[in-house]
Design a protein around this ligand. Structure first.
Ligand SMILES: [Zn+2]
Length: 75
């Protein structure tokens, strides 16, 4: 009985090693997500007034809460 307890305490569970992450496979997705993030940042931060791509205030109104959340000057 005592030997069973000692052997259970000494044995270590096998831990699987994490799979290697191939940079070449991740790099295009990282670039794509970064591009989407920059586009979203543009629409939240600069789509207003003289720098606006779309006329009117529709885009500004859609991202208005995001502007205040990220600290862009608004009104
Ligand atoms: Zn505002």
């Amino acid at each position: 009985m005592a030997e069973a307890l000692v052997s259970a305490a000494v044995s270590t569970p096998s831990v699987a090693a994490p799979a290697p992450l191939p940079v070449r496979a991740v790099l295009p997705w990282a670039f794509f997500v970064g591009l989407l993030a920059l586009i979203a940042l543009y629409f939240v931060g600069a789509e207003q007034g003289a720098t606006s791509v779309f006329a009117g205030t529709d885009v500004h109104e859609w991202v208005h809460d995001g502007r205040h959340l990220l600290g862009f000057p608004c009104h």
